[in-house]
Design a protein around this ligand. Sequence first.
Ligand code: NAD
Ligand code: MN
Length: 486
Amino acid sequence: MVATSPLATPDWDYAPAPESADVVSIAPRYGLFIGGEFVPPAAGEYFATLNPATEQPLAEVAQAGEPDVDRAVAAARAAYGGPWGATPGRDRAKYLYRVARVIQERAREFAVLESLDNGKPIRESRDVDIPLAAAHFFYYAGWADKLAHAGFGPDPRPLGVAGQVIPWNFPLLMAAWKLAPALAAGNTCVLKPAETTPLTALLLAEVIQEAGLPPGTVNILTGDGATGRALVAHPGVDKVAFTGSTEVGKEIQRALAGTGTRLTLELGGKAANVVFDDAPLDQAVEGIVNGIFFNQGHVCCAGSRLLVQESVADTVLDRLKRRLGTLRLGDPLDKNTDIGAINSRQQLDKITELSAAGEQEGAERWSPACALPDRGYWFPPTVFSGVSQAHRIAQEEIFGPVLSVLTFRTPEEAVAKANNTPYGLSAGIWTEKGSRIFWMAQRLRAGVIWANTYNRFDPASPFGGYQESGFGREGGRHGLAGYLDA
Ligand code: NAD
Ligand code: MN
């Protein structure tokens, strides 16, 4: 499908460039990965995961129940007290290095599978998700034998069994963010992928087998929120790491209060991307597009609130609309696609509902002329201008390809508006002036701040939030802290 706009109608078109789905072989049905093997769930229940671009089922995966959680935690405990616990850091490093290498070797397979199960464009799964997942394993392989020099005392100890629950927006990458530091630090893991995107975690289970990790070191349980709830509350779990919605994060925090279980939470966001009048505007427009339309806006650190200085607001908005007219929406497996499918019917409904609220509250809605495919879950790139701070679309996380545009006059006003949110995950600053970048960065309450760029990720750089965006850091040396008793 091709997005066209009256501003920028190309008189030529891109030939389709589809990546072949034949590079992956998907089994009709998957069991749970416990103790190094795929086993059927105790209750014999399964559910389907769909391709959101076609609404076709891809495979059936197991619904793990409480007996399965018990079994996986016991397997992780046995590996912790046994072979993995006895593996010195220099050897843990070799295993992690091997996992990273196998992900690289099978990168194409992972990328296609991720795009099929999640709906994200192959360009992103191929160039961002999969290489970054491998990079996280490489990076933490480097730390595994150097923990005594990481700033956590001379002999930091692992915590034990980590229960890890991840969302659907970056399925393999989030698995890597969770597993790599935990394993480097010497913990064992029980990981639960999201119910709409379990397939790359199950392929990762095969990689873990191939890399020869001792059975039980990593266990992977598919299932829904009930599985996640049983895992995080399990008394055999020493550390819980969760990425997902603020609502569920709060529920987990309440459930664990007073138990002594360690907790890190990576939750939602409503980031401000702040453009000053001296910014290089064409670059800023690229940064705005990358900030909110990357991964269909299913990004916790998405630049979903554009704060633009009033004197350049009209220019920026015009150039932004022209640029959006050139984005191509459609088949996630086409290498030319910029915007893929929304991950689920449920998420599409949420985006649709919040966008309708934006219109009702009086903001001006705009999308490029954009044909949506007949089947699957799709939402056009959407820009709301004339947004006020009280509007729901300025306050609530939409988690879709929807940008709210607000204006400001002075740096002080930009800071006040940027910080007017219960979240605090990320922010962007666009200005030619270095001193202003530092002035702003000191005042913005956000865990990650990008200057003259947006949505840059590196395994060496810590990531995490303030306030309702959660606590704890993933990535970098800081990411080890959540898995060490120091
Ligand atoms: P969610 O929080 O419900 O799900 C995230 C993960 O937690 C999934 O694996 C899910 O099965 C599991 N889970 C659900 N309920 C649980 C519980 N009570 N205990 C333990 N685990 C549980 O998120 P969602 O429904 O997929 O998305 C809802 C909203 O969350 C989105 O619209 C978005 O705003 C936000 N979100 C944020 C991120 C992020 O990266 N910070 C990721 C996904 C979603
Ligand atoms: Mn799916």
